[in-house]
Design a protein around this ligand. Structure first.
Ligand SMILES: [Zn+2]
Length: 63
């Protein structure tokens, strides 16, 4: 019947499942869980850019 209705699907970056874009409050993720997982990856440091930390951070500047 309405199978030809144009549905925009979006691939969840976390689990690669395809979900309809419409009515999805968590897009581009498929669910809140996947969104949180992705945020967790960032917080986890999985996505952080490798950068050399400054050598010898001087802590003796405290008053
Ligand atoms: Zn997902």
């Amino acid at each position: 019947m309405a199978e030809n209705e144009k549905k925009v699907m979006v691939k969840c970056p976390t689990c690669s499942k395809e979900k309809p874009w419409k009515d999805n409050p968590f897009r581009p993720f498929c669910s809140e869980r996947c969104r949180l997982l992705d945020l967790g990856n960032w917080a986890d440091g999985s996505y952080t850019i490798e950068s050399s930390s400054p050598p010898d951070f001087d802590d003796d500047n405290n008053p």
